[in-house]
Design a protein around this ligand. Structure first.
Ligand code: CU
Length: 461
């Protein structure tokens, strides 16, 4: 694909994932209301009907047995009706939960599967050349990110979308992945030019996740810090994420453009893998192991908010911690933890992964390590002449620039030699934010939602 090519691109407007933020907000509030109603009102009603029935039985049984039985049958009917209502509301809640977390099911995902949407460039593999390793930079897009002034659909510089993509290979082991965001010309797109890879998440729809079993298995995720996901630990571990034949992949992403006009951007994923044919057999012979992913998220195991958590008290509390509650209770054991990679937003200090309350990995965020991660904003304002040495009453234009560093890296832990996963373990994450030390992102006049995610790659026993 070249930058001059005006070829039609994938219509992302039909994506079922892009529920508008107001719809998501409404559904989330409605779900909270139904949950509260179920817990408080429905449960109390049922208890009250049962209690009244017992009371009537005790008081009137000796005097008016017919009245007593009539009242009791009336109460019993009311109790059953309440129970029926409670069950249907529970069903509605589950349906809403599935819809908001996976997208509305009536529309298919558009596909990003041909030369209009992806191109592949072969690179030199770094690990397992003796096992015929391959490395490819696959570019997905271009995707048009609306400008900040574009209020069509209240996008305001954000592009949230999902597409089906072909896996980079099948019957193969992914050993290393890293994301990048570029302009169609091939130059890097980052905050210094007002373009952000808010996130990209790759899921395998042909498999269920270990922590949240309702929407595919997470293969890879990256924020703008673009952390390398080094599953094979620089080739020291014969392990990778195995992609079975006929697997279907899904790319979900959010891109941000802080300029006024829409601009195009391309997501580039650098995939390295031990390939087919017959990789499974060849890898088994070479003792390659399947890596299983664990997604630990302060928004919970199957977050209906897509991992985005509002800043507590809209930032009036400057330093706070958010914890994944309830913790994930391990359903299998794993003696090897290959990698913990983490994601925080601006304002984040660090995120710790805990096993039964004990910290096993501390991922620390760094800010503005290179110019690409420093944004510059220019403010202009008129000021009275007296303070600037000009004539009294004369208005002088003043300009000053503000440089803001943004999260540029988050440390990973790899491998966690001293730790393992045992059945029944409680695994959680705690994200620590400090809005005095670091400036949080803004959105729509308030503070943008934050995230706290750690992704573990483990080898199941
Ligand atoms: Cu994020």
């Amino acid at each position: 694909m070249n930058s001059q090519d005006p070829s039609p691109r994938v219509d992302l407007n039909m994506t079922p994932y892009s529920l508008s933020s107001s719809t998501r907000c409404f559904v989330t509030i409605y779900m909270s209301f139904v949950r509260w109603y179920l817990l408080v009102i429905s449960a109390s009603k049922i208890k009250l009907y049962t209690l009244f029935t017992r009371l009537i039985n005790t008081i009137t049984l000796f005097n008016h047995p017919e009245a007593s039985s009539l009242a009791c049958s009336f109460l019993e009917r009311r109790r059953r009706l309440s129970q029926y209502k409670m069950r249907s509301r529970q069903l509605l809640l589950s349906l809403l939960f599935v819809c908001t977390s996976t997208g509305l099911p009536q529309q298919p995902y558009p596909s990003c599967a041909d030369t209009n949407c992806l191109t592949t460039k072969a690179l030199e593999p770094r690990f397992f050349k003796e096992h015929n390793a391959q490395r490819q930079a696959i570019s997905y897009g271009p995707f048009t990110v609306p400008g900040m002034d574009d209020d069509h659909g209240h996008d305001h510089g954000m592009k949230t979308f999902a597409v089906l993509i072909p896996p980079p290979c099948t019957d193969c082991y992914i050993t290393h992945v890293q994301a990048d965001l570029q302009y169609p010309t091939g130059t890097s797109a980052n905050v210094n030019t007002g373009m952000w890879l808010h996130h990209v998440v790759i899921s395998n729809l042909s498999k269920n996740g270990a922590v949240c079993p309702i929407f595919g298995d997470f293969v890879f995720a990256s924020g703008n810090e673009r952390t390398p996901v080094n599953i094979c630990v620089n080739g020291t571990q014969k392990a990778g994420y195995f992609i079975a034949p006929n697997s279907q992949f899904h790319l979900g992403a959010e891109l941000m453009n802080d300029q006024t006009l829409p601009r195009d951007a391309v997501i580039v994923l650098d995939w390295e893998y031990v390939p087919s044919p017959a990789a499974a057999a060849a890898a088994a012979a070479a003792d390659f192991k399947h890596a299983t992913t664990l997604w630990l998220d302060i928004d919970g195991a199957c977050s209906p908010r897509g991992s985005s958590v509002p800043v507590p008290d809209n930032g009036t509390t400057k330093a706070f911690s958010l914890t994944m509650t309830p913790a994930w209770k391990a359903t299998f054991s794993a003696d090897t933890i290959l990698l913990v990679g983490s994601h925080l937003h601006d304002g984040g200090d660090n995120i710790v992964v805990t096993r039964n309350g004990e910290v096993v990995c501390d991922s620390v965020a760094k800010y503005g390590e290179t110019d690409a991660y420093v944004s510059t904003s220019v403010h202009e304002h008129g000021t009275s002449g007296s303070s600037t040495g000009a004539h009294e009453g004369q208005v002088v234009e003043k300009r000053h620039t503000t440089k803001t560093p943004h999260v540029s890296s988050i440390s990973s832990c790899s491998p966690l030699g001293a730790h393992k996963v045992e059945v029944g373990d409680e695994w959680s994450v705690r994200a620590n934010y400090d809005l005095v030390k670091y400036k949080a992102m803004s959105e729509g006049g308030g503070l943008a939602p934050i995230m706290g995610i750690s992704m573990l790659y483990v080898i199941k026993n």
